[in-house]
Design a protein around this ligand. Sequence first.
Ligand code: OOB
Length: 525
Amino acid sequence: MTAFTPWPDDLAERYRAAGYWRGEPLGDLIRQHPSRLALVVGEKLLTYRQLDRRVDRLAAGLSELGVASGDRVVVQLGNTAGFVELSFALFRLGAQPIYALPAHREHEIGYLCDATEAVAYAVPDTVGGFDYRELARRLTGRVKQVLVEGDAEEFVSLADVSAEPTELPPVDPAGVALYLLSGGTTGTPKLIPRTHDDYLYNARASAEVCGLDADSVYLAALPAGHNFPLACPGILGTFAVGGTVVMAGSPSADEAYRLIEQEQVTHTAVVPTVALLWAEARAWQPERLDSLQLLQVGGAKLSADQAAQLRSELGAPLQQVFGMAEGLLNYTRLDDPADLVDRCQGRPLSLDDEVRILGPDGQPADSGELYTRGPYTIRGYYNAPDHNRTAFTPDGFYRSGDLVRRLPSGHLVVEGRVKQVINRGGDKVSAEEVEEHLRSHPAIRDVAVIALPHDLLGEQTCACVVADNPPSTKELAFYLRSRGLAAYKAPDRVFPLSALPLTPIGKIDKRHLLTLATDPEPRDP
Ligand code: OOB
């Protein structure tokens, strides 16, 4: 079993010599700037000193519960103090959080627990009427220990996990600190091991490029366990410079506007869909956004027109971010002209990010599929040798599946993708995963899942089904929910047809399906 594929020794040495990898454990990040304000969650304010102490006590308490170095813990907390405290306590123990998204349900969580033999699963009590303790109960037998932030009922309350701090064994900064989830092209999500060294560099270098300093106030509006708000520069990048992190319970415009004005937020990150909703809400939200020094938009394509619209309606400086949990981050720079910011998705963060663009003939080109390797791009997914053979080249480049064009300035424009993923407003839906589930539906004989263009979400999920009595979207949503799948993976549209079109070599012709599904006068193939 290969939990983690290391970088080759010569490159690791180079990344250390260049000062990217500093041999520091992530858990130490909040030991500096003791008297500064680290975290704001609702009424709760924590200085770095207070946070540091709470984390030490939590780490000691977890250790008493049996959580040890190398153990994995599935973390599905919202944007709360518990999220930050538990993450840092695990970093200090050398135990590894696996960051699930709030929308994940028993299918995804069960898989994560099984695949990683996680020793614990951390959840909130209820959020928006959904009871995560119920979800934990449905996973009985697959989850060893459940930790709850809030009313724990029969489980262990995170607030009670506390003990006198003790000396903990040293943590290897070259080892895995945490696991992120991949956007996913496969039937099951892949786990992305990130080391202390690489992830700290990711956060620090991002903080620098985004102009964060000790006076910065970062609003975590997207779910904290996603790479973008976690470390691009996000929560960790803000801590690295001694700034303040403000947690938002949701990315809704009313909550974000209120927090931005109240806490004088300087930086925040959203997906295009959320940014467009914020712009629309400008009409009725009275709050001022003058404190915003940078609005980062990424995770899905923002068109030049939409960028210009955001710029004029929100009045905040804009940054485009094209990133991936696997590593490579592209940012437009603070001194890039507005016109360039609007029409590209940024350029690589690091001088040592190697970007290879290959045309359809497999030869280097200015436009084609993006391959990358570098000081914070993984060399392999967790325990996935077969998948790794195709997801990475023999010389260690990650095959992103994104189609890009390189401008003479080195900035990249994202033009499409070759991977079978629907980017639904920044939420990544694996076509293969949804197809696998739908294929087991009793009424469906054959199915192909494709992306359809959508004004607000960018893309929507369309299930092209061959069935005598095609199920409705509602029925499919219900069916997938009953199988424990996250709700965002349910198809937005069902396109019935009598047979799936095939390419000359007999593969399902998804391009043809797209034309058929978007044809105003559909004809069956
Ligand atoms: C971010 O990370 P993931 O892992 O959820 O998704 C990565 C994929 C990319 O391969 C690309 O297909 C798409 O999301 N993507 C974009 C994009 N940013 C990401 N497509 C078009 N334009 C963009 N600006 O999504 C992520 C990670 C860190 C920072 C920002 C986003």
